[in-house]
Design a protein around this ligand. Structure first.
Ligand SMILES: [Zn+2]
Length: 446
């Protein structure tokens, strides 16, 4: 019966829902599901074809790229192959922010939305994403989830930061049989409620931010030792080894960790083999690992992650330096048989959990879920030195006002804990930590 619903959902219900809301998730999903098994050469030649098209569109239709490449005297006709990408300069968040929206976006036939993200750098940043790009990203969210053994239509619990689930999202939750719960509050009574829900609805899969999965597993290990699941999928912050150990031991299943960024790019996910390597979603994104001069480093060596999304969408992202550090695998192939290349390690998502006076646990996405909507904040960092208190360092942009701080503080108190003492510190800069990492939620209380 479950297999039948899964098949009907994948083949009929979700494609129809796509048409109704002007998306193409299931069409993209079908393509990604098939192309993950292509051999490496075929995947690379597909990337080369998409790269040429995307680069030409960006140069012709997006002033930001035309000006940038002209100023670097780059002839884009010389870049027809992914190995020639180092001929192009990097693009950073700061550069895109300075040109947003008029100079770095283009019109497409699809409706678009603006998404706010602070990714892994603590810098609020707006991106324009059209329905086609969003469809690719959502299709890959499905693909990364089936890496865990889950099938479309199987019920699951998801923790997230969107409290206001509009009608379309609520409908999607019903069709997908998702129990969507908030990760804003992760105090013991709330975690108990989520665990009750998992037991009552007989859910076998849970998904969400690594920090929230860890909080849920920690609570389950204290209160109910028999709650076993089939799979856990994590995203967002770093899945530390002790997070993984706790979750896998408590729930008796594997954690599938995934890597994406809020800018409409899904990057990679673990298949569960090859020592936890992450398969890169090659038909969607070119991942380069480069040194500070933009030259590729050898597989196995650490370097900056630079992304090129292969569909131009409403806001092309070409050689976009996302702010993370990673390594490519030295292995050419994986026992799972997928042709997708692999990353072995991803850094840059390090973060801590803040515990509040009333016992709530604030994960990094609690803060990004509030602060990324304030474009007047250039960069932020949350520091807990003493129990019950936090300091928020803010690098302001010129339009930052005291009222913005009052609103930010008000939201943190209301959604997190009214008893938390919060101090703001305006700073000029928030330096990177060793190895270029930016850890933007830091707790000195262990
Ligand atoms: Zn694999």
């Amino acid at each position: 019966m479950a297999a039948l619903y899964s098949s009907v959902c994948e083949k009929f219900i979700l494609p129809l829902a796509d048409v109704a809301i002007h998306h193409r998730v299931m069409r993209s999903y079908k393509f990604y599901k098939e192309s993950q098994w292509w051999d490496r050469q075929r995947l690379i030649s597909y990337q080369n074809t998409c790269l040429s098209k995307t680069l030409k569109i960006a140069y012709k239709e997006v002033p930001f790229y035309k000006n940038l490449y002209d100023s670097y005297l780059v002839d884009i006709n010389n870049v027809s192959n992914i190995t020639e990408l180092p001929l192009l300069p990097f693009v950073t968040k700061d550069m895109l922010r300075a040109s947003y929206p008029d100079k770095c976006t283009r019109s497409t036939k699809w409706p678009w939305r603006e998404y706010c993200t602070s990714g892994s750098s603590g810098k609020p940043f707006a991106v324009r994403v059209d329905n086609m790009t969003m469809s690719h990203a959502r299709a890959l969210m499905l693909l990364r989830t089936i890496f865990s053994g889950w099938n479309i239509g199987e019920p699951f619990l998801q923790t997230g930061m969107t409290l206001d689930r509009g009608i379309v999202k609520r409908l999607k939750d019903i069709l997908m049989r998702a129990q969507y719960v908030s990760a804003f509050n992760l105090s013991d009574p709330v975690l108990d409620h989520y665990l009750d829900l998992i037991e009552r609805k007989k859910l076998k899969y849970i998904m969400g931010y690594a920090g929230s999965m860890y909080c849920l597993a920690s609570r389950a290990s204290e209160t109910r030792c028999n709650l076993k699941l089939k799979g856990v999928v994590s995203w967002g912050d770093n899945l530390y080894q002790h997070y993984r150990d706790k979750i896998e031991k408590t729930f008796g299943c594997r954690v599938t960790d995934t890597y994406g960024c809020g800018e409409g790019i899904q990057i990679a996910a673990q298949c569960g083999l090859n020592n936890g390597a992450y398969h890169v979603f090659m038909p969607h994104v070119v991942v380069e690992i480069v040194d500070d001069e933009g030259q590729p480093v050898n597989p196995g060596e650490s370097g900056n992650v630079v992304l090129t999304r292969l569909d131009p969408g409403a806001m092309p992202l070409l050689r976009y330096k996302v702010g993370d550090i990673a390594r490519k695998s030295t292995d050419e192939s994986c026992p799972c048989g997928r042709g997708l290349e692999m990353l072995t390690k991803i850094d840059g998502r390090d973060t801590d959990v803040i515990v509040t006076p009333n016992g709530n646990r604030l994960i990094v996405h609690f803060f990004t879920g509030i602060l990324e909507y304030y474009q007047s904040v250039d960069t932020f960092k949350v520091i807990q030195e003493k129990s019950g208190e936090i300091i928020i360092e803010i690098v302001p942009r010129p339009d930052f006002q005291d009222t913005h701080w009052e609103q930010i503080k008000g939201e943190i108190l209301q959604k997190g804990d009214p008893h938390l003492k919060i101090e703001m510190k305006i700073v000029k800069d928030i330096p990177l930590e060793i190895s270029n990492k930016r850890r933007f939620v830091v707790s000195m209380i262990k």
